[in-house]
Design a protein around this ligand. Sequence first.
Ligand code: AMP
Length: 599
Amino acid sequence: MAVDSVTSSPLGPPACEKDAKALQFIEEMTRNTDKVQERVLGEILSRNSETEYLKRFWLNGATDRDTFKSKVPVVTYEDLQPEIQRIANGDRSRIFSSQPISEFLTSSGTSAGERKLMPTIHEELDRRQLLYSLLMPVMNLYVPGLDKGKGLYFLFIKAETLTPGGLVARPVLTSYYKSEHFKTRPYDPYNVYTSPNETILCPDSFQSMYSQMLCGLIMRHEVLRVGAVFASGLLRAIRFLQLNWSDLARDISTGTLNPRITDPAIKERLLSNILKPDPELAEFITSQCSGENWEGIITRIWPNTIYLDVIVTGAMAQYIPTLDYYSGGLPKACTMYASSECYFGLNLKPMCDPSDVSYTIMPNMAYFEFMQHDPATPPPSRHAPPRLIDLADLEVGKEYELVITTYAGLCRYRVGDILQVTGFHNSAPQFRFVRRKNVLLSIDSDKTDESELQKAIESASLLLKEFNTSVVEYTSYADTKTIPGHYVIYWELFVKDSANSPSHSVLNQCCLAMEESLNSVYRQGRVADNSIGPLEIRVVKNGTFEELMDYAISRGASINQYKVPRCVNFTPIMELLDSRVVSVHFSPAAPYWTPERRR
Ligand code: AMP
């Protein structure tokens, strides 16, 4: 029941006292955006004034915005890489932060083919937890009664590695789920998961998924929301159910656990009080999963589901039709916007349509600046850096690139995200996530840019040399209709000697050569996570790319400026390409990947 109007919030009536405090906090932060930003920058600069990095710019103790903006450069990861490498190698001096670097967070963004390493400090966990603590109070404004049931969330940790200097390197969510903040979180009736901690904290992805699915099936009537971090993760869970439902049903029928589940903590937890023989439930699952038709499977198995909690903005928008198919069009809540570098903000209207999602950046998380992004103007030169705009001074309708200064010591760091201001909540701007800069192809958390694709094509083309064959044109497409999704590359070949053209198996090997050349996040998705399917090459008839150009020109493109699109997703173009396919090839094996970095 909503609390009385004394504690009511402009966002709506809070569901409980705890929510009232959280909503109050959001109001305070967003009403004082500029003041909070000034305070945050002051805190960061004063506590890090003695760091090697800041001393380099002669701030002489100044903590004001003007001095900061005039002296400290805007940077990318590559600019910071030498210092980051020193920290990874064991240099414990105060390079970016006056506080010790507690670990590295491995971003899904890559640099030279490897995941970026983001140094972080222990207290950042508090900031991340603070943002998480705001999500349910906002959701409770729109969906009453979430304290009457549970959330089926598929959450995972990944293997961690040690840098040469002995610091742990792992994804930010692995760091969070393994922290005491998560493991010993106080009971909150509005935020109860079907997955016990033991199932989330198992690094073996099969055992973790299997046990989380098993718990979700057993508690099917209690489930009020189904989610994963990103849409691709939830679809992976559905695929897992397609492949494993009969084993799961057997376990439920007999009350015994599949021998593939060997993790002692999971076994103990499931067998002590969760898994009991329930032949009726097993029969129900069999009846639902054994048929061909999986339409609406989520609502059939979890009939009380009110919404899906998954991010479907940005690259994940491509999964909306598939999610709608499996869920009968349930609402899809995109609750937050975050990265390894920094958690940014939340969606104050989480039940809105995906196309209307706007995230409100919380001004207490870091100091945020924005570089106006106008695709028509050339990129700024390094010698005349652009003037960056403050969070409170942005204009509705304009697009900006996000630049952050964090407590962990990143200063004026370009995240690579392009955001558009859609409005304000109090004085805090709200943003539509437009896209990540330079990302051409993405299936899961992989991000492949144009130059990586070009490099992969070149590397595969080497195999064609002995057949006197070359790739004259190419384009690509992220096929998300298959689960897992996969990269499709269209090739037009020039075969000089048709008596010696490359065989089917050589072209299959070309698929693998491309995969070998792609970055480590892609290869991990292929090898360890099974979140990306084998790469496919579709060879098209000679002259196809000329037809593509004719088509673009017929629709108004200038002949002078026409460039072959390196990624396509416009249906008529794909239909044209597909109608010209002469052969289809798939990668015959998994590419090389280990958790160790190549560099
Ligand atoms: P990572 O550093 O691997 O955690 O990736 C962070 C990036 O994921 C962000 O910079 C965004 O590009 C993307 N991302 C995170 N949250 C969202 C969201 N809610 N919508 C769209 N993209 C997102």
